[in-house]
Design a protein around this ligand. Structure first.
Ligand SMILES: Nc1ncnc2c1ncn2[C@@H]1O[C@H](COP(=O)(O)OP(=O)(O)OP(=O)(O)O)[C@@H](O)[C@H]1O
Ligand SMILES: [Mg+2]
Length: 506
């Protein structure tokens, strides 16, 4: 007996101008099953989710809920049909509290006004039921990304969604948070919900899904039972070739010291030391990795180094020059580039064209300007080169960055910073949200920059990435370096205990 899917896409198509984002995509979500959706950056995964959630209208095709055709004009229609969605880029309102966000659009009311006490109670109850710890009264704007992710999930669950669509829910989570989320998804599945999860992390697909659909350039190129496939087979189906992310033996040796950090202390907004006496050194032609569970001072270390936050004490020396008190702009001009972890808030201006984003921060120098005057031709040439070198898709520098898929936005950002002619570059989560093929390309670009003599500080939540790229790895725990290893000799297992503070006096 075949069971009617809770949600079904039948030959859905959608184009953006000349770009065909989805072409006759069919997919069925069944009760009690977790369905993974994978594919390269720009393959059309988010577009499919958005159509299924009423955010984007299909050009052709049908959507069936419980076997009946529906027209979803808005997320409100989708929610009424029993669907919930967790977005790739959060759709939370920073100014509102957790509870206000969770009930948004479905507010409990009393006497014509929103019943805040009930909203908070409902949020607390939902959070307890699914083991998603949040404070219903906290303003969302001040929360860590992992907590914001939980709020997104609670919002999707509020109102009793039977079908959950999650677009890269684990991209910004720490390994521990990922495990917790996967446990929640299994619980929801076992309660009879249907779940669609988009992710670039193939080990997660293997760990949690029952079946997988692979998209390539807007079309379904594979539908497999998870038990009958492997991460390697999936990555080849996704990008159409073999992908190798393993560590390569190196042929160059590091040269002179470029970045020196001495006893650095950086305080958070509350005055507490988040970086508490860090000393390290990065030489030309070397990659120094920073490992750690998120929230152990990585973000503040990066801010203190690039000038976004003044250190309370200690020194930052860039190519022999003390820049401890220098502005972001002066540090950039002295040769320090930086890929921030939050690309849409800090690195890129989404509404601006790829071309203009490609020269942001270096627009006052050649080739973007000469004698203080911007040169359109110089900007266009730089953008073209970047788009080609990093395989940004679509290859159109005139498009606003907001029209690119998440992974393609990341390629623009990394490409810009590595091509700005830096002497030292700080990379924070450089491959977050990129597909395995693009990850291979970005890794190759990082190693090529290293071999060309760049000094690189790499902060990453992905241990496999740190192990593949770094020469030395420092483990940051509660704002201090508690462990330093030669990356060639380290393993994921050996980094685990120091990341959790093993062997550190309390
Ligand atoms: N609003 C838009 N305007 C123009 N083009 C768009 C828009 N939204 C998406 N596209 C294009 O549609 C294609 C599919 O994008 P989509 O965001 O669905 O990809 P994705 O598979 O989710 O990628 P990623 O893994 O990077 O998130 C891409 O080529 C993208 O540039
Ligand atoms: Mg996407």
């Amino acid at each position: 007996m075949t069971v009617t899917p809770l949600l079904e896409a039948v030959e859905l198509s959608r184009a953006y101008g000349a770009c065909v984002a989805n072409e006759r995509v069919s997919l069925a979500l069944r009760a009690g099953r977790i369905h993974a959706l994978v594919g390269e950056n720009g393959a059309g995964k988010s577009t499919l989710c958005r159509m299924l959630f009423g955010l984007v209208r299909p050009d052709a095709g049908r959507i069936l809920v419980d076997g009946r055709a529906v027209t979803l004009r808005s997320p409100r229609d989708a929610m009424a049909a029993g669907l919930g969605m967790v977005h790739q880029h959060f759709m939370l309102v920073d100014e509102l509290t957790v509870a206000q966000n969770v009930v948004l659009g479905r507010e409990p009311r009393r006497g014509g006004r929103m019943d805040l006490a009930r909203a908070e109670a409902e949020t607390a109850e939902l959070a307890a039921r699914f083991g998603l710890a949040v404070d219903p009264r906290a303003p969302v704007g001040g929360l860590a990304v992992g907590v914001q992710q939980r709020v997104e999930i609670l919002k999707a669950l509020h109102g009793g969604a039977r079908v959950l669509l999650l677009d890269e829910p684990t991209a910004v989570l720490t390994a521990q948070e990922v495990d917790a989320l996967l446990a929640v998804l299994r619980r929801l599945r076992d309660e009879g919900r249907a779940i669609l999860v988009v992710t670039h992390k193939l080990p997660e697909v293997m760990a949690v899904s029952d079946e997988v659909t692979v998209l390539r350039q807007g079309r379904v190129v594979g539908r497999l039972d998870t038990a009958a496939t492997s991460a390697v087979a999936l990555s080849e189906l996704m990008v159409g070739r073999h992908v190798d992310l393993s560590r390569r033996p190196r042929t160059t040796t590091p040269a002179e010291e470029r970045l020196r950090v001495e006893d650095l202390v950086v305080r958070g907004p509350d005055g507490r030391a988040r970086v508490n006496g860090v000393s390290l050194s990065v030489r030309a032609g070397e990659v120094v990795g920073i490992a750690g569970v998120e929230g152990n001072g990585q973000a503040e270390l990066v801010e203190g180094l690039c000038g976004a936050r003044s250190p309370a004490s200690g020194r930052v020396v860039l190519c022999g020059q003390d820049v401890s008190r220098a502005s972001v702009r002066r540090r950039r001009d002295a040769g320090l580039c930086h890929v921030p972890e939050d690309r849409l808030a800090q690195g890129l201006v989404p509404a601006m064209a790829v071309a203009d984003n490609a020269v942001l921060g270096v627009h006052h120098r050649a080739p973007a300007s000469r004698g203080g005057v911007l040169r359109r031709a110089g900007i266009a040439a730089a953008a073209q080169a970047l788009v080609r070198a990093y395989d940004v898709r679509p290859a159109d520098p005139a498009l606003p960055v907001a029209a690119l898929s998440g992974g393609n936005q990341q390629k623009v950002l990394v490409g810009r910073e590595l091509s700005a002619g830096p002497r030292v570059v700080i990379l924070a989560q450089p491959t977050r949200g990129v597909d395995v093929g693009a990850m291979e390309r970005i890794h190759a670009a990082i190693l090529a920059a290293r071999d060309a003599g760049l000094a690189i500080l790499l902060v990453s939540a992905e241990l496999t990435e740190l192990l593949a790229l770094s020469d030395v790895i420092h483990v940051l725990y509660r704002g201090r370096i508690v462990h330093t290893v030669d990356a060639a000799a380290a393993t994921v297992e050996s980094l685990g205990p120091p990341m959790l503070g093993a062997g550190v006096a309390a």
